[in-house]
Design a protein around this ligand. Sequence first.
Ligand SMILES: [Zn+2]
Ligand SMILES: [Zn+2]
Length: 582
Amino acid sequence: MGNKERQTQAKKSAERPAQSEVRVVFLGGLGEIGRNCAAIEVEGKIMLIDCGLMFPEDDMAGIDLVLPDFTWLKENAERVIGVVATHGHEDHIGALSFLLEHIPLEIIGSPLTIGLARNRIEERGMLKQATFTQVSDNDRIQVGPFDMEFFPVTHSVPHGFATAFHTPQGVILHSGDFKLDMTPVDGRLTDLAGIGHLASDDGVRLFLCDSTNATAQGFSASETSIGQSIHDLFRSKDGQRIIVACFASHIHRVQQIADAAIANGRIVATLGRSMNKNVQLARQMGLLSIPDVHLRKIEDIEDIDDSRLCIISTGSQGEPMSALARMATGDNRWLTLHEGDCVILSSHPIPGNESSVTKVIDGLLRKGAEVIDSSTHRVHATGHAKAEELKVLHSIVRPEWFVPVHGEYRHMTEHAHLATQMGLAADKVLICQDGQSVVLSDDGLRRGDDVSADYIFVHGKLDDLDPSVLVERRVLGTDGFVSAIVSLSIVGPNVEILGEPEITSRGWVHGDEGDQIRKEAMHIVRTAIENALKDGKRTRQELERVSRRALGRFVSQRTRLRPMIVPVILGAHEGTEESGRS
Ligand SMILES: [Zn+2]
Ligand SMILES: [Zn+2]
């Protein structure tokens, strides 16, 4: 879904549902992969499910991050109690520190999820706004009017949950991000039996389920099968230095890489800030086992032979400032690649990151490294359920109503299709988008009022950049800009243009041809301003409009381009805004 459509969404404050009704408001993640955030309203109170960020798409020039729209939450701040953090991925916890600037929150999650969220919140100095509540597998807790039960699920970060909300309108089950890995690295299975009991004892009135891989056929590969393949790969790379890049939160992948390294007589060093931090956290919590004797700091590896080294690095998504990207450009301060190095990308590019990943791979190859990725080797498994796994969960949950979540529109559409294939009536499946809501009442599920759900852009210290800035950047990036500066002297009734209009441009035309075109533009602007002055136009606004029109028409006819036109009139009277329009 593009930004344009998003901005047309309703901004009005939604009506509150009746006391006995339960509403779910979707604030992000329905229509894109990222910035997952939903709100459940029970008895007038609000509990969030996740509060994540999204990484910018290719057309979002310069943007660092995209957040959910907090407008509705800020309007209802006094009713917001807390957040259930389903697991520790950035697209689920990454925006918490931004929301905490406006609303203090109780953050509820597994110890690892809390640990990862806490690190992020601390980095942005928002710890004092947060309280943390750790819950264990199958705990059932009450926070305000929210009666919540947490079921273990397998995913690409340990200790994720599906969450059941026992509400006055029955059970709402949120799957969290999950797959059905029958042989997970830590043996902690998705609790199908527990979810089955819930479904048969209480019944699930509304099911909200991860759609990421709804369009992928079959079953996902088990994480442990990837471990075996990494192991085999390590054995075949005897004598080479090995660098493996993966998600820093993928503790089980890190474990399997470390296991393969140690089994092949290699020392492990981690590289990249989030990798260092997460490995430290997971070791402290007993979730990652790498004995001290096999682990070195990256600054202490000089005396170790290449053939005995394994470096686990960040940057598997081609992020430009990451450790791996810096290796590819040759400016990683800790590691310089050379002929014979083997780099393994134990990952798959998230949609939108393909070109950055490709660029990094090219850079690594130019440095003489051998590069291995998931296109040729089994070095990665998805963390999201594919179609057959979704069917298994649907067959166990057998919900009364279903809303697909967590996906692009095509993923959610396919997931809805899959649910009806499983026997759910088409009118029991609602496809929703960001900003929409559903209300559960005695009569069933109906659509509720919309709330604001724009993309909120973060760039540098600006954490709510106006979308028009992006439109301007797009124009500048494709066609450049041209400015015309005209200086006037107005003394009583006498008006004079001082010197010639100055035409300045960037990213438009260059060289001798450019000089010629600018000269023509100068005459066009001068003539237009002279005529306007003769017509009695005197204000800056009027004259800038004349200049913009004349220059714009010339530029488009002469060059067939549409650069940004910036007219500047110096020395004219200030008019009202109205005098600038016709
Ligand atoms: Zn996710
Ligand atoms: Zn996830």
